[in-house]
Design a protein around this ligand. Structure first.
Ligand code: SF4
Length: 393
């Protein structure tokens, strides 16, 4: 008897492969599901409708829908000639309605391109709307006894656990390994019982949560069970690394007022008011820490852009803001300026008392920053950022 399966799936021995299928087939006959309404037929149409319903629906929920659907559309011709509204009505409550639309479209394709007979070739089945590789294999296996591998979500879980396939099954390389493994496992005879056994095992025992390993027919050869890694496999979807960006924002302060500017209409926070940014990369010293280099860069940029003299530059606490695709660390600098000619004004910019500026149409993190700077109500119990100005640069 072979021991637990190990390795990435590609190194599974012939003996282990044969044993896996044998155990599964024996168990399916004894304990699997053998009296479902679509199991008593070889009619590819009836099997196809069932496979599509079961893609996103549990067996118990699907059965009454299946019976109603088959009573109204008993064959391909009936479905192909039915109004779409009626097909959708009979699907109503099952969800994922593109399944029903695709069923009807595929029935019409079969009438037009295959003279109304469900195609027997795997490649032809797979070309029908709404039928993927795994569903095509299941239909071909159940209806025509074709030796083709299935690999739906449940089967991926079973194979990843039993054969210790590492990595997230949605990754193309992992999925390729699983397909190769699934194909190598298909037995020469008894394909239908094997496919049904695999489906039954994934749906009833090797479930995503709390698998019933104690009752599993392939426990003796299961790599994950032997390695006590059942809950680790398959690996979950990796967390997407969100890139981090940073921006240096200037709180230009003149007396009790601060300067806000309207942002360009397009881009991040388009059209909102905000604090001026140190945009020129050449202005921001590498590393960007609170140092004399940064203070000198601020003085240069403020003189060039506004003609103000800078009296003091003090770093404030960084404000982090999460966008969908990146996080932004705002590094605010409090910049006291002189030499401001209020009569001239700044194009697209406003001098406002701190509290009023905080009430303008600002992006949330900038608003939070200004409210905290003024110790405003919405700043809550947070200390004023002015008190956090750690040092002059
Ligand atoms: S022993 Fe447990 S983890 Fe392994 S295949 Fe069976 S149910 Fe799944």
């Amino acid at each position: 008897m072979p021991g637990p399966a190990r390795g990435s799936g590609s190194a599974v021995s012939q003996e282990a492969v044969g044993e896996f299928a044998r155990r599964l087939v024996r168990w399916q006959a004894r304990a699997g599901r053998n009296d479902l309404p679509w199991q008593s037929t070889r009619d590819p149409y009836a099997i196809w409708v069932a496979e599509i319903m079961l893609q996103q629906t549990q067996v118990g929920t699907a059965i009454p829908y299946y019976r109603r659907f088959m009573a109204r559309f008993p064959d391909i011709a009936a479905l192909a000639s039915a109004p779409e509204d009626e097909v959708m009505r009979l699907w109503s409550g099952l969800g994922y309605y593109s399944r029903a639309r695709n069923l009807r479209r595929a029935a019409r394709d079969i009438v037009e391109r295959h003279a109304g007979r469900f195609p027997a070739a795997l490649a032809d089945i797979e070309r029908l709307p709404g039928i993927g590789r795994s569903t095509a294999a299941a239909i071909a296996g159940f209806a025509f006894g074709a030796r083709a591998a299935i690999l739906d979500g449940n089967v991926k879980r079973v194979l990843a656990r039993h054969f210790l396939v590492e990595g997230f099954p949605g990754e193309p390389a992992v999925e390729r390994r699983l397909w190769a493994l699934a194909e190598s496992l298909v037995p020469k005879r008894g394909v239908e019982a094997y496919i049904q056994g695999l489906m039954d095992l994934g749906a009833t025992l090797c479930t995503a949560k709390r698998p019933a390993c104690g009752r599993c027919p392939v426990r003796a050869t299961c790599g994950a069970y032997a390695a006590n890694r059942v809950t680790d496999l398959p690996a979950p979807r990796p967390r997407r690394r969100v890139p981090a960006r940073s921006a240096v924002m200037l709180v230009l302060r003149h007396g009790a007022d601060v300067l806000i500017e309207r942002r360009p209409a397009t881009g991040v926070w388009g059209g909102l008011w905000s604090l001026p940014e140190l945009v020129d990369a050449a202005d921001v010293p590498a590393g960007g820490g609170p140092d004399a280099g940064l203070a000198a860069a601020v003085k240069r940029a403020v003189a060039r852009r506004y003609g103000f003299d800078v009296r003091r530059v003090a770093p404030l606490a960084t404000v982090r803001h999460a966008f969908t695709h990146f996080t932004l660390d705002i590094r605010p600098l409090l910049v006291d300026v002189v030499g401001v000619d209020r009569r001239a004004g700044e194009p697209g910019a406003l001098w406002l008392p701190l509290e009023e500026a905080g009430a303008a149409a600002l992006p949330a993190p900038v608003k939070r920053l200004l409210l905290r700077l003024g110790g405003g109500a919405s700043g809550g119990d947070q200390p004023s950022l002015l008190e956090e100005a750690v040092q002059d640069l």
